[in-house]
Design a binder for this molecule. Structure first.
Ligand SMILES: NC(=O)c1ccc[n+]([C@@H]2O[C@H](COP(=O)([O-])OP(=O)(O)OC[C@H]3O[C@@H](n4cnc5c(N)ncnc54)[C@H](O)[C@@H]3O)[C@@H](O)[C@H]2O)c1
Length: 253
């Protein structure tokens, strides 16, 4: 139900990696605030299911197929959204993969490259695709999902940690480039959130990461979505180039 605060009525939001997990939670939260949400994912069937669920709740959502690691696919997806919607007010770059949990010296070239392609190049391609329209309209909100790993560096997750550090720096750069166009670009760094991405790493790794959280628990998708909602809204008008930690107190800077 739309409220006066963080109201997104009449706006279009694109959320990548929204077929499930954190992205699906953010898509639901933005749709409940009144946005029409493009549920963008490489898993088209999953995206259609999620968008269908949101519509069955009376919300506005539609599925879009995109492989964020492929600049051509990102361009097509952005065009598809802009053919259907007048403009894109909000982009949430959430699609990401964990990669293999292995010591650096056991990681193959392709292990490194695939994580950088999705997590870092993917965010660059998506931001680049929507920014001309945001600049033209003099308004935009971009929320990039990084990770605490990008600030602290998780052992055995070198590509993931490096890619997420890159997402934080990329967000700060674009924020400075676009500040005079009423475009705000911020990052969110969650710590361990119970979603299917954790299936990609060992339970031992999950236990290690959870043990470092002062609140002594994993976070929830809704707790990340709440922060993303503020950053995606017009109310976030003097906050840009920042990284918000959703970490149960784990972040040390
Ligand atoms: N879950 C956590 O503990 C955690 C912690 C910190 C940061 N994050 C970040 O949050 C984001 C979402 O994570 P999650 O836990 O919901 O993951 P998830 O694996 O549950 O969902 C990721 C979604 O991204 C999609 N995706 C993967 N590669 C894609 C590509 N190339 N193009 C388009 N879509 C693609 C998948 O199909 C899936 O729907 C990721 O960027 C992740 O790094 C997660």
């Amino acid at each position: 139900m739309p409220t006066d605060f963080f109201d997104l009525t009449g706006q279009t939001a694109v959320v990548t990696g929204a077929a499930r997990g954190i992205g699906a939670g953010i898509a639901r939260r933005l749709a409940r605030a009144g946005a029409s949400v493009a549920v963008a994912d490489s898993n088209l069937r999953g995206a259609e299911t999620t968008a269908g669920q949101l519509r069955s709740e009376g919300l506005q959502a539609f599925a879009v197929e995109v492989d964020v690691s492929d600049s051509g696919s990102v361009r097509h997806a952005a065009e598809a959204v802009l053919e259907r919607q007048e403009r894109i007010h909000t982009l949430v770059c959430n699609a990401g993969i964990a990669g293999k949990a292995l010591p650096t010296w056991e990681q193959a070239d392709e292990d490194w490259q695939s994580v950088i392609d999705v997590n870092l190049s993917g965010v660059f391609y998506c931001c680049r695709a929507v920014l001309p329209s945001m600049v033209e309209h003099g308004y935009g909100r971009i929320v990039n999902i990084a990770s605490l790993a990008g600030k602290e560096g998780n052992p055995n997750m070198v590509a993931y940690s490096a890619s997420k550090a890159g997402v934080i720096a990329l967000s700060k750069s674009i924020a400075k480039e676009t500040a005079l166009h009423d475009i705000c670009v911020n990052a969110i760094s969650p710590t361990v959130i119970r979603t299917p991405i954790l299936d990609q790493i060992t339970e031992e790794q999950v236990t290690y990461m959870t043990s470092k959280i002062p609140k002594a628990r994993t976070g929830t998708v809704e707790e990340v979505a709440a922060v993303a909602h503020f950053l995606a809204s017009p109310d976030c008008s003097f906050v840009t180039g920042q990284c918000y930690d959703v970490s149960g107190g784990r972040a040390t800077y």
